[in-house]
Each structure stands twice: as structure tokens, then as C-alpha cells.
Design a protein around this ligand. Sequence first.
Ligand SMILES: NC(=O)C1=CN([C@@H]2O[C@H](COP(=O)(O)OP(=O)(O)OC[C@H]3O[C@@H](n4cnc5c(N)ncnc54)[C@H](OP(=O)(O)O)[C@@H]3O)[C@@H](O)[C@H]2O)C=CC1
Ligand SMILES: O=C(CO)COP(=O)(O)O
Length: 364
Amino acid sequence: MSDSSLQDQSSQEPRLKVAVLGGGSFGTALASIAADNGARVRQWLRDPQLAEQINREHRNGRYLPDYAINPAVSASVDMAWVLEDAALVLVAIPSKAFRDVVRQALPWINDRQILLTTTKGIQEDGFKLMSQILEEETGSTHIGVLSGPNLASEVADKQLTATVIASDDPLTRSRVQKALGCDYFRVYASNDRYGVELGGALKNIYAIAAGMAAALGMGENTRSMLMTRALAEMSRFAVELGANPMTFLGLAGVGDLIVTCSSKLSRNYRVGYALGEGRTLQEAVDALGQVAEGINTVRLVRDKANREGIYMPLAEGLYQVLFEGASPRGMAKMLMLNEQSSDVEFVLSRQAVSQAHQEGDIHG
Ligand SMILES: NC(=O)C1=CN([C@@H]2O[C@H](COP(=O)(O)OP(=O)(O)OC[C@H]3O[C@@H](n4cnc5c(N)ncnc54)[C@H](OP(=O)(O)O)[C@@H]3O)[C@@H](O)[C@H]2O)C=CC1
Ligand SMILES: O=C(CO)COP(=O)(O)O
């Protein structure tokens, strides 16, 4: 990274220059944190009126109307201006538009910048995660993933929060910890970029299921069962794809699963809740008016699991409810009566349980 991109003329201390791409709730919350930490922050969004409101009122009326944004955040629709001299670039754009926005940014991206994705989704073509898209498009070696139990409105409210910066590049990890870590936002480091990113994407599936269960009046035992089995399922999937299972014990795994499966602040949970109340998927999405990545993710993960032979009964069940018209209650019953299984597969394998049953059947 060039010293000039970090240097503020008016002080001895280098002043970090941060660009945030995306004017939604999480991008806005993170822009404000970086500004709280003293950085010069520029935020890119495509809506000129919203940019003007952020600059004038220091408030994002569309996505975070109830929270003040640090006045040092300047918003603009001009990508060149936003990325000028930026040393750290955060991309907070939904997965469907992620590559397109990164391509728009390319003329102002250089190999000294640190590039960070905050997006918890998967690209359909090639089952790509967002950091892989960043890598493909830019060829940079300073790429990281920010993920964890981070409901944007709570971050904006400065509730004590922790997150994970995952990168195999130590410089990326340390720069991001320094840029975003503060007394209400603690940044832990990981070098399992794939596991951390997959954790963030996968938990959205189960948040939809948890919202649905809550709307159906199911209790705390049910939610606890759902979350624990979800953790088993997402770890199984991620390990098959090369992630480290231990990552799922951390903030970006179980941490994010807990918050997203427990809170109406989660958009995925809210979509599930609306479905549990009997709304159609289209009605639920229209009522939300924001992105719920889990809807797309459940389809992609279910298809991938089928192709790779990975056992994912919850993802399959949710897919059937979302896209094939299965009833949520009927599906829940079917899952309860599924073949007997193991609690922790890394302790007792599923095969061992099923074999014991087959032998029991033979011996009467
Ligand atoms: N919100 C949260 O609590 C958290 C979100 N995340 C992740 O962060 C990612 C971004 O989320 P978040 O900020 O919440 O999203 P929001 O839904 O709040 O906002 C999305 C932003 O992306 C913009 N956008 C959408 N499509 C395009 C496009 N084609 N070109 C340019 N801009 C576009 C929207 O602009 P416009 O308004 O003009 O449509 C809006 O500024 C999500 O994938 C989510 O998984 C991670 C942690 C927490
Ligand atoms: O990822 C999140 C919290 O960590 C936000 O989840 P939603 O996208 O469901 O709102």
C-alpha cells in the first residue's frame, strides 16, 4: 500500500481513506464506524437523492432512518470520486449485483488497496462466493471477508458487536482490525476466508426456517433444535467443500446463526415469518423491500448438495416449502420422522447410527 494513500496532510497520524460501495443498511453502518475511527470515508450509491440526504442530514432515510451517520461520511454517485486514493474498499452490495458493481469500480482499483466483501450470498454461476468474484475481477492479493453476527441497525446503534475479518493475507487482517475496531465494534481475525464467507451465506437459509417456526407458534425447544441441527448441516456442507469445521464454532458460524435465527431485525427471519403466517414467497419479498439472500442461497445450496451427494435435510425441506408448495407444518413433521441420526457427527458418524439400525432390524 502506498504511503500517500494513507497520509493526511493536516496531521502527523496517517488518515485512512475508505471507500464503501453500497448505500444499504450494512454499508452505511460500516461507513459510519470507519468515520468514527477517524478515516476519511466516501460512500458510493446509485440514488442521487439518498446521497444528498446522507450528506445534508447525515441520515440514510431509506435503509437506516432512525440512526445518525457520522458527518465525516460523504456520499456520492460518482464512483471515481469515491474511490480516489482509497486504501480500503468495502463492497456491501447484494450478491446479484456484486460482480456488476465491482466491474464498474475496476478502473479505480489498484493492487495496493485492501478489498473487502461484506456480502453474505452466493453467485449462481459457478457457485462463487463474493471474495472469489473480487479475486477474479481484480487479481488482488489483499482480499478479505467481513462476517459475523452483525445486524446493521444494532451496529448503527453502537450496540456492542463483534465481527470477523477473514483473509489469508496478514496485512489485510491487521489493517481491517485497525480501521474498524473500536469500543463498540470488535474485529477478530481468521485465515479461513472460505469458511467464514460460507458461514455467513449458509446461516441465512436457517434464519428463514427459524422465522417460519416462530410464526407457526413453535417453541424454544424447537428453535434450539433447529439452530443446532442447522449448525451440523452447514458444517457438513462446508467441510465437504474444503472449509475448516472449527470456523463454525466462531462468530461467523454459530454466532451469526444465533443472531439471525433469533431476531426480527433479520430480513431472512422476517421472510420466513411471513411465509409461516401464510403469505406467498412473492408477498413476503415485496413486503420486505430489501434483500434476503437466503431465498436464493437455499436453492443454490440444495442443488449443489444434491449434485455432490451431501446430506442436507433442512435445506431440502426449506426448498420444498419455498419453491415446491410443500406445507411448512407437514415438512417439519417429515423431518422429525426422518431416519434416526447422530448428534455430533465428528464424534459418532451418521453411518454408524444407520448401520446399528440395520443390524437391529436383522436381529429383530
Ligand atoms: N443488513 C444487515 O444487517 C447485514 C447485511 N449484510 C450483507 O451485506 C450485503 C449488503 O447488504 P445491505 O447493506 O444490508 O443491503 P441493503 O438491502 O440494505 O442495500 C443494498 C444496497 O445495494 C444497492 N444495490 C442493489 N443493487 C444494485 C445495483 N445493481 N447497482 C448498484 N447498487 C445496487 C442498493 O441500492 P438501491 O437502494 O439503489 O437499490 C442498496 O444501496 C447483503 O448481501 C447482506 O448479506 C451483512 C451483515 C449484516
Ligand atoms: O447477516 C446478518 C446479521 O449478521 C443480517 O441478516 P439479514 O440479511 O437476514 O438481515
